[in-house]
Design a protein around this ligand. Structure first.
Ligand code: NAD
Length: 370
């Protein structure tokens, strides 16, 4: 039985509550002889600030760097609103992303049939939706220099952000998207604004070359990012894997997220470059939602996004696609049976808390395994 090293950073608010349910899923995998996990746990966010005066300690950062994968809960909350900017809770996540070189952010948007009516779009547009947005995470306009506001006289100021992409940054993210498309429906759409941005021209050139030279088995399409936003709302099922830069990815992945209903349902993965010797990528898995201080400590949080993030970890870090499929199917079955946490509650369904939702997922895993 394979053993994997997992480093868990539950964080603040509902983070520990939802990670607690993943621990139960890990135990189930072990009890059923499928895999074992060496689990270590550290502090990130506000709790790390309280303990060490930093959003993540150097020691925990070292453990994250050494682990096969990191599972991250959520950080932040009103308690830490006033802490210095450099040590605010989010700084822990930013340091993890930066030091681990996590340049590829994967956000699946899956609409479970049982939740199709929770979407703001019509059932027929979203039912059965399964797309994967691959967002470049460490470059582009969020990091480019110069980045400043200057006084230009006459009571005027000038704000500058710089969109910068080098060839290698585009090559590696497009390759991640193409490799993933090979495991799915073999379709990649690359979104940029080549009509008005030089970075879009280069993005398009590089993506075209990588697609033609290395992935001629895939169907490769280029789409302008604004049109892509429209298409995501008009006919999202036309896409399989969608690759785009940091800024457009931020916006497009939020649009795609809302197609599926609730924040409590959305997992994500962030991957780094493959290790030269082992080929293993550094990776961090986290739900898209935050620490939800309004419901923290009440046993109300929906653990599905966190459990599905662990499912992505099985798929992308541990090469356990069958186990990941089981986790996804268990979630779909629980929803089909009408169990709902408050965030996804609908008329006629049965409202459950965090633990009961975890119980139900584990029960379904058992049924699927037997
Ligand atoms: P949030 O995602 O925490 O919550 C938004 C709303 O969704 C709340 O009403 C919350 O109760 C609900 N919600 C979120 N996740 C849920 C779940 N699993 N189950 C049930 N309901 C859920 O966003 P926010 O309120 O804007 O931010 C709260 C704190 O979280 C802030 O401090 C913010 O900085 C932080 N935050 C952290 C991350 C992260 O750790 N990656 C991401 C976003 C926000």
């Amino acid at each position: 039985m394979a053993t994997h090293n997992l480093f868990m950073l539950p964080g603040d608010g509902i983070g520990p509550e939802v990670i607690g349910q993943v621990r139960r899923v890990l135990d189930w995998f072990k009890e059923n002889g499928i895999a074992t996990f060496n689990v270590d746990e550290g502090l990130v966010g506000g709790c790390a600030y309280d303990a060490h005066g930093a959003a993540i300690s150097d020691a925990d950062m070292d453990k994250a760097m050494a682990a096969d994968a990191v599972l991250f809960g959520a950080v932040g909350g009103p308690k830490w609103d006033g802490v210095p900017y450099e040590v605010r809770p989010e700084a822990g996540l930013l340091r993890l992303r930066k030091d681990m070189g996590l340049f590829a952010n994967l956000r699946p948007a899956i609409c479970y049939p049982a939740l199709a009516d929770a979407s703001s779009l019509k059932r027929e547009i979203v039912e059965g939706l399964d797309i994967l947005i691959v967002r470049e995470l460490t470059g582009g306009v969020y990091f480019g220099e110069p980045k400043q506001i200057t006084d230009i006289g006459n009571g005027q100021k000038r704000a500058i952000d710089t969109q910068v992409y080098d060839t290698y940054e585009i090559e590696r993210i497009v390759r991640v998207a193409c490799d993933l498309a090979r495991t799915r429906n073999k379709k990649v759409a690359s979104a940029e604004k080549r009509n008005v941005m030089k970075s879009g021209v280069l993005w398009n050139e590089v993506a075209t070359r990588i697609g033609a030279d290395e992935y001629s088995d895939l169907e490769f399409e280029h789409v302008l990012a604004d049109n892509c936003a429209m298409q995501l709302v008009r006919n999202p099922k036309q896409y399989d894997v969608l690759v785009t830069d940091n800024l457009f990815g931020d916006v497009l992945s939020d649009i795609a997220a809302m197609l599926t209903g609730s924040l409590g349902m959305l997992p994500s993965a962030s991957l780094g470059a493959p290790d030269e010797k082992t080929g293993v990528r550094k990776a961090l898995y986290e739900p898209v939602h935050g620490s939800a201080p309004d419901i923290a400590g009440q046993g109300l949080a929906n653990p599905i996004a966190m459990i599905a993030s662990f499912g992505m970890c099985l798929r992308y870090s541990f090469n356990m696609g069958d186990a990941a499929d089981m986790v996804d199917q268990a979630i779909a079955n629980v929803l089909a049976k009408g169990l709902r946490t408050t965030d996804i509650m609908q008329e006629g369904m049965t409202q459950v808390g965090t633990n009961e939702m975890g119980d139900a997922v584990i029960e379904e895993l058992g049924a699927l395994a037997s």
